[in-house]
Design a protein around this ligand. Structure first.
Ligand code: C5P
Length: 417
């Protein structure tokens, strides 16, 4: 996939992106571009200083929208900033200089960003970027605190190399972090707000000796897409995961494990506070009967390895569901190569799941390692829905619509998919 994929929480959202005059302004170009590609309508506002670093034309070419770079541009007979302020779902200021942060805290309104922010009720997300001394000054810290007390969200700044060449705190957060934070802020009151979603993810590692283990081809991509999506719907999200090929998304709690037994134990530890459990991990069915304390040496002839069964995590959790009452909703995946529906239905029943998503892992664009997945949804009430080939992010977003309906005790009729 080429990265042009719509993220549900961003789709059609009107985002104001204020760009102020710091060297990190060039990174705001990536923020504007990615938000637009993900389905948001992005209006860029620039201070005069910002235009010394990046041309307004760069932003207008990427967003397809006019850039507001002076306070006096008119639209619909109104001062433009007022119209924009009222329409916005989110106001991101990236980079946010010390000067602009001070203006926002004081309510000054003498440039397009501060004037629009003052008129707007949209949530404010700041990505500060400045020299360490400016960031640490009591003035800036006081202003950031004032804005945070009024409900503003702040991402960064990070430690690292600064424009001056010095190393310290003050670098702007990277564009992916700013976008993830924007998704979290936009989704904070979503249909899974107040719901705790736990997700198992990755392929477990079963050790043979101190340096070797048995594992599988799971990358953890589906699990991390589910985690980001659940967060975007407003959920508190915990992922219990073996080593992954992709990062744990921003704003998601992480419990790292290696083996199936560790994953099972970690899942049971948090279970009493989990509302929704999604089993996306590729759990090894077997583990070596013994773990050699020292590295196994090569010898003549073959090396037999005895394997014993691992716990079935969802199976064990499913078995205690009726008695304990949790988790309220349980979803599993079935990676199959033949008899997809029959195998999935059997797993749905034996693990006492509400829903199972089955995919044909022998198909070229489905399953392990790739960014896309073609799944069929089977639920406990007999509904069967094949979904088209989608990105893993889209599969995750569609699944969360189902999860939210289930959490709120609604049926599937108007799922819209
Ligand atoms: O039985 P099977 O491995 O095909 O079932 C797949 C589903 O069960 C997935 O959701 C997987 O995460 C979960 N599972 C598990 N513990 C196992 C094996 C699978 O939780 N030992």
């Amino acid at each position: 996939m080429d990265g042009h994929q719509v993220i549900r929480v961003l789709r059609g959202k009107h985002i104001l992106l204020g760009v102020t005059g710091g060297i990190a302004a060039y990174k705001a170009v990536t923020v504007a571009s990615r938000l637009t590609q993900s389905g948001a309508v992005v209006d860029v506002l620039m201070t005069e200083a910002a235009q010394r670093f990046v041309a307004p034309l760069t932003f207008s070419a990427l967003t397809g929208r006019t850039v507001r770079s002076d306070l006096w541009s008119l639209g619909n007979g109104q001062i433009m900033h007022v119209t924009m302020a009222h329409e916005a779902d989110l106001f991101v200021v990236a980079p946010a200089t010390a000067n602009t942060i001070a203006k926002l805290a004081l309510g000054l309104a003498d440039d397009p960003i501060s004037a629009t922010a003052l008129a707007s009720k949209a949530p404010l997300l700041l990505a500060p970027a400045m020299e360490t001394g400016m960031w640490e000054s009591p003035a800036t810290q006081g202003h950031v605190q004032t804005l945070a007390d009024r409900g503003a969200f702040v991402v960064g700044p990070m430690a690292g190399r600064l424009a001056s060449g010095a190393v310290g705190l003050g670098r702007m957060a990277e564009p992916p972090q700013i976008i993830e934070m924007a998704r979290k802020v936009l989704g904070r009151n979503g249909s899974l707000a107040g719901v705790h979603v736990a997700i198992t993810a990755g392929g477990t590692q079963e050790p043979l000796d101190p340096v070797r283990f048995l594992t599988n081809r799971s990358s953890g991509k589906m699990g991390m897409a589910l985690a980001a999506s659940a967060r975007d719907f407003g959920a508190r999200v915990t992922v219990i995961h073996s080593p992954l090929q992709v990062p744990v998304p921003f704003g998601v709690e992480s419990i790292p494990v290696r083996t199936a037994v560790e994953m099972r134990d970690a899942a049971f530890d948090i279970l009493p506070e989990v509302d929704v459990l999604i089993g996306a991990a590729a759990v090894a069915d077997y583990q070596p009967a013994e773990v050699a304390p020292q590295k196994i040496k090569k010898k003549h002839g073959s090396l037999p390895i005895e394997l014993v069964r691992n716990p079935d995590i969802l199976g064990e959790i499913g078995a205690q569901r009726k008695a304990s009452g949790y988790p309220k909703v349980m979803v599993g995946f079935a990676a199959e190569t033949e008899d997809l529906l029959a195998n999935a239905k059997a797993k749905l029943e034996s693990k006492k799941l509400d829903l199972i998503l089955v995919n044909d892992v022998s198909a070229p664009h489905s399953g392990f390692g790739v960014d896309t997945n073609q799944v069929t949804l089977l639920d406990r009430w007999g509904d069967v829905r094949p979904w088209p080939l989608l990105t893993k992010d889209e599969v995750a977003d569609r699944l969360m619509v189902w999860v939210a309906r289930k959490v709120h005790g609604k049926g599937l009729a108007d799922l819209g998919d």
